[in-house]
Design a protein around this ligand. Structure first.
Ligand code: ADP
Length: 554
C-alpha cells in the first residue's frame, strides 16, 4: 500500500508539474508575443512620423540593433533597409503580405517562420503620406526553440521537483499507512483515525465477529469429529480430491501402521496396495468400491466412497472394518457344512449299499445278517453324529440357559457307571476320586457332556487293560476335573487342533471306535459356556490328561 501511495503521489506530481509548465509556457509566450507586437507598432509609429517630417534622410544617422526598418516604394522596390547595404539590389517586396495590406488598408502585419522553424519574424507596416510603406520587423524564438533553449533548466527543475516529491511522498505515504498498520483489528472502528474508513471498518468489525463465530463452530465440529472418530473401532481415513490425507483416526493408524506424519501427504505414502489405489481412483471418479484385504494378520472390509460438494467430487472416505471374526466364522461355517455333508454321506452310502445288496437278493443267505448289522451300525453312527451335531448347535445357540445347582460328583459317577461296561470289555478300569458332593452352578446337560466325552475318549483311545483316572477337586472358588488315561496319547503337533470340529488324529481309528470328531468341540464349547478353561497334557504311548477348571458359580 505504501508503495502504491508513493507511486501515485509521484505520478500525480510529475503530471501536475508538466501540465503547469506547458500551460505557463503557453501563456507567457503569448503574452510576450503580443507585447512585442505592441512595441513594434509603437516604434513604427514614432519612426514613421520622423520619416514623414525629415524624409529618407532620417535613416542616415539611424541605428537599431533590435529592430529592422525597410522603406518600400509604391512599386515594391526597396528604398532603404537598415540591415542591407545595397537596398536597391533587394528583391521586389510588393508581394509581401504586410506590404500588400499596408498599400490597400494603410496598415499591415504578418508573421513568417524561418526554414528551420526555430525562429519567426514579426512584421508591421504603415503607408506614409508620400505613398511609400515603412516596415518594421523583429526576430523572435519559436516555442519549440524556446523550450529547447530552456531544456537544461527544465531538466534541473524536474529533477529537483521529483527528488523533493519523492522525499515528501515517501513520508506522506508512510504517515497515511502507519495508522492502518497499527490498527487493532479486534476493534478497528474505535482505533481508526480516518472517519472516511468508518463504514469499511464497521463492516470489517461485523465480518470479524462472524468469522470468530464460524471459527468457534468449526473448532467445535472438529473436536466433536475427532472425539467420535477416535472412539471408533473402525478405521476412518479422509482424503481430499487430490488423494491427500486430511484426517486419519487412531484405529486407521493401527491398521495401516502409520501416524500423523502422513497427514498432508498422498495416501500412497500410507498404503501402496494395488486394490486400495484402484479403489481410491474409482472413488475420485465418483463411484463406490468395497473389497476385502488382509492387513497385519487381520482381514478387513474396506469401503471407499467419494464425498461431494455442490455436485463435484470433493474427497474420499475410506472406512476399514475388521471382519476377521466374521471371515473366520464364515470359513468355519463353510468347512463345517462341507464336513457335516461328508460325515453324513459316508454312513448313508454304506447303509444304501447294504440295503441294495439285500434288496437285489444277490447277498448270500449267510451274509444277510452281516449286512443287516452293518446297516444297524452305520445307522447308529448316523444317530450319534446327528446327536453330536444337535448338541454342538445347541451350544452354539445357547443363550440365557438357566443355571442350576449340579452335583458334579453325581454326574461323574453316572458317566462312569454308563461306560464301565464298555470299558470292562477291554479290561479298562476306572478310578474315581472326589469329595462326597461337589455342587456347581451350571447346566447339567452340558456338564454331563463334558465328563462323558472326556471319559468316552479316555476309554476309546486307551490300551486294552489300561486305566482311566477321574478326579474332582475343589480349590477356593473353582473346581478342577481331571480325566487321565494310559492310552495312545496325542503327539504335540496335534494337541493344538484336537478341539476343532471333525478333526481326528487317526480318522479310521476314531470311526472304528464310533467317534464323530465332534466330542472335544462339544467339551470346549460346554467349558466356555461355564466360563471355564480346558488344558491337555499328553505323551504318545504313555497317556493323556485333560484338565477342566470351572468356576463354582456360572
Ligand atoms: P472323536 O469322536 O474322533 O473322538 P474328538 O473330538 O472327541 O473326536 O477327539 C478328536 C481327536 O482327538 C480324536 O480323533 C483323537 O485322535 C484325539 N483324542 C481325543 N481324546 C483322546 C485321548 N484321550 N487320547 C488320545 N487321543 C485323543
Amino acid at each position: 500500500m505504501t508503495k502504491k501511495i508513493f507511486r501515485s503521489i509521484i505520478v500525480v506530481s510529475v503530471l501536475v508539474l508538466f501540465s503547469s509548465f506547458v500551460i505557463a509556457t503557453g501563456f507567457l509566450y503569448n503574452y510576450f508575443n503580443n507585447s512585442e507586437k505592441e512595441r513594434l507598432k509603437e516604434e513604427l509609429k514614432l519612426v514613421s512620423q520622423n520619416v514623414e517630417k525629415i524624409g529618407v534622410g532620417y535613416f542616415d544617422n539611424f541605428e537599431s540593433s533590435i529592430f529592422r526598418f525597410t522603406l518600400i516604394n509604391s512599386d515594391g522596390t526597396v528604398l532603404y533597409d537598415s540591415r542591407a547595404d545595397a537596398a536597391a539590389q533587394m528583391e521586389n517586396h510588393s508581394d509581401r503580405e504586410e506590404i500588400k495590406e499596408a498599400f490597400s488598408l494603410g496598415f499591415g502585419s504578418s508573421t513568417r517562420y524561418s526554414e528551420t522553424l526555430t525562429k519567426k519574424t514579426i512584421y508591421e507596416a504603415v503607408l506614409l503620406n508620400d505613398g511609400t510603406v515603412l516596415r518594421i520587423s523583429a526576430d523572435q524564438l519559436t516555442v519549440g526553440a524556446l523550450v529547447i533553449a530552456m531544456l537544461p533548466a527544465i531538466c534541473l527543475i524536474i529533477f529537483v521537483c521529483v527528488l523533493v516529491t519523492m522525499l515528501l511522498s515517501y513520508n506522506m505515504a508512510n504517515s497515511i499507512v502507519k495508522p492502518l498498520n497499527n490498527l487493532d483489528l479486534e476493534k478497528p472502528v474505535l482505533d481508526s483515525q480516518y472517519d472516511e474508513l468508518t463504514p469499511v471498518f464497521t463492516k470489517l468489525n461485523k465480518q470479524h465477529r462472524q468469522i470468530e463465530k464460524q471459527l468457534s463452530e468449526i473448532r467445535k465440529n472438529a473436536e466433536e469429529f475427532a472425539q467420535i472418530t477416535s472412539s471408533m473401532q473402525e478405521g476412518l481415513v479422509i482424503l481430499d480430491k487430490k488423494g491427500v490425507v486430511i484426517s486419519i483416526n487412531p484405529a486407521a493408524k493401527m491398521i495401516f501402521s502409520t501416524d500423523d506424519s502422513h497427514i498432508g501427504k498422498d495416501f500412497l505414502t500410507v498404503d501402496r496396495s494395488l486394490c486400495m489405489s484402484r479403489a481410491v481412483e474409482t472413488a475420485l471418479s465418483g463411484s463406490h468400491t468395497e473389497f476385502r484385504e488382509e492387513r497385519g494378520g487381520k482381514e478387513y472390509q474396506f469401503i471407499i466412497n467419494c464425498t461431494r460438494s455442490e455436485g463435484e467430487v470433493s474427497g474420499v472416505v475410506i472406512l476399514c472394518i475388521d471382519v476377521s471374526e466374521t471371515a473366520f466364522a464364515e470359513q468355519s461355517r463353510r468347512e463345517f457344512t462341507a464336513n457335516v455333508s461328508h460325515e453324513l454321506k459316508t454312513p448313508l452310502q454304506a447303509i444304501i449299499g447294504s440295503a441294495e445288496l439285500l434288496e437285489s437278493g444277490l447277498a448270500k443267505h449267510e451274509d444277510r445278517q452281516k449286512f443287516v448289522s452293518n446297516i444297524k451300525k452305520e445307522a447308529t453312527r448316523l444317530v450319534t453324529l446327528i446327536n453330536d451335531i444337535i448338541r454342538l448347535s445347541q451350544l452354539d445357540e445357547s443363550y440365557g440357559e438357566k443355571a442350576e445347582d449340579v452335583d458334579l460328583c453325581g454326574v461323574c459317577a453316572e458317566v462312569i457307571t454308563e461306560l464301565r461296561e464298555i470299558a470292562a470289555k477291554r479290561s479298562i478300569t476306572f478310578e474315581f476320586s472326589a469329595p462326597d458332593s461337589l455342587v456347581i452352578g451350571g447346566v447339567r446337560q452340558y456338564l454331563y457332556q463334558i465328563v462323558y466325552n472326556l471319559c468316552d475318549n479316555a476309554v476309546r483311545y486307551n490300551k486294552d487293560g489300561g486305566e482311566v483316572k477321574v478326579s474332582l477337586e475343589k480349590r477356593e472358588d473353582e473346581i478342577t476335573l481331571s480325566v487321565a488315561d494310559s492310552g495312545v496319547g496325542i503327539a504335540a503337533e496335534h494337541q493344538g487342533r484336537i478341539f476343532e470340529r471333525f478333526w481326528r488324529v487317526d480318522k479310521s481309528h476314531s470311526k472304528e471306535t464310533g467317534g464323530t470328531g465332534l466330542g472335544l468341540s462339544i467339551v470346549k464349547h460346554a467349558v466356555l459356556f461355564h466360563n471355564g478353561k480346558i488344558k491337555v497334557q499328553s505323551e504318545p504311548g504313555v497317556g493323556t490328561t485333560f484338565t477342566v477348571t470351572l468356576p463354582l458359580k456360572k
